[in-house]
Design a protein around this ligand. Structure first.
Ligand SMILES: [Zn+2]
Length: 228
């Protein structure tokens, strides 16, 4: 397994980071790409909208923009949360506590505080954001990993054991020789496979969501977005 020399730039398909002296670039690869993770975060947000309860504020009139109908800023935040755990590449803790149930709980608590401040349904927003972050763990758990220790420290802080499904559902990405044609094709293939798996699921959830929220839209003030 190749080790990076001091200060080498480890390119990922959508990010770059410095590997520390002696650190293995290969170990620090992303599993699914940020595209797949963000899409899963969106699916989680829309999936949470299917849960009955106080969700009329998640609707928008049919004439509203796609952005508003898709759930505007909160859905975008969930997309970001889906990809966020891999920000740990920046501080050399890849796939450890950032990829754990402990981090999911932290995100849920933080989102709950934000929801309380914004006067939104606290439990709904907390669970939505925690689920969006949690999708990252699921995708990594289902992905191929060839760099021991395999997988993620999913149950931190209860244990530092590494977990991976072995299902190899998502292809590995490549970050060495980032600008080479070979790397480009490996990462493109990985991203396309993610889209092949996740796009139909996300689309199905979107269509069900449109139906589920359709009856709620008339509850809104005419032609207006729900009050913030
Ligand atoms: Zn990850």
């Amino acid at each position: 397994m190749p080790l990076s020399p001091r200060g080498v730039l480890c390119g990922t398909n959508f990010s770059i980071a410095f590997a520390k002296d002696g650190e293995d670039c290969y170990r620090r690869q992303l599993m699914p790409t940020s595209i797949g993770h963000a899409l899963a975060g969106v699916a989680a947000a829309w999936g949470a909208d299917l849960v009955p309860g106080d969700r009329a504020w998640r609707t928008a009139p049919a004439a509203a923009s796609w952005y508003r109908r898709a759930g505007d800023g909160l859905t975008v935040a969930c997309a970001a949360l889906g990809a966020l755990p891999d920000a740990d590449l920046l501080f050399h803790a890849h796939r450890t506590y950032t990829h754990s149930v402990g981090a999911v709980i932290f995100v849920g608590v933080f989102a709950a505080a934000m929801a309380a401040n914004a006067k939104r349904p606290i439990a709904r927003v907390a669970l939505m954001c925690a689920a969006a972050y949690g999708t990252h763990l699921l995708l990594d758990y289902l992905a191929i990993d060839h760099a021991p220790p395999l997988g993620i420290q999913a149950l931190w802080p209860f244990t530092r054991t590494w977990y991976i499904s072995g299902w190899d559902l998502f292809l590995r990405t490549e970050r060495r020789h980032f600008f080479s044609l070979a790397t480009f094709w490996i990462n493109t293939r990985a991203a396309l496979q993610e889209l092949l798996i996740l796009a139909p699921i996300t689309l199905a959830i979107w269509l069900i969501r449109v139906k589920a929220l359709a009856g709620l839209a008339p509850q809104l003030p005419r032609g207006d977005h729900p009050p913030q």
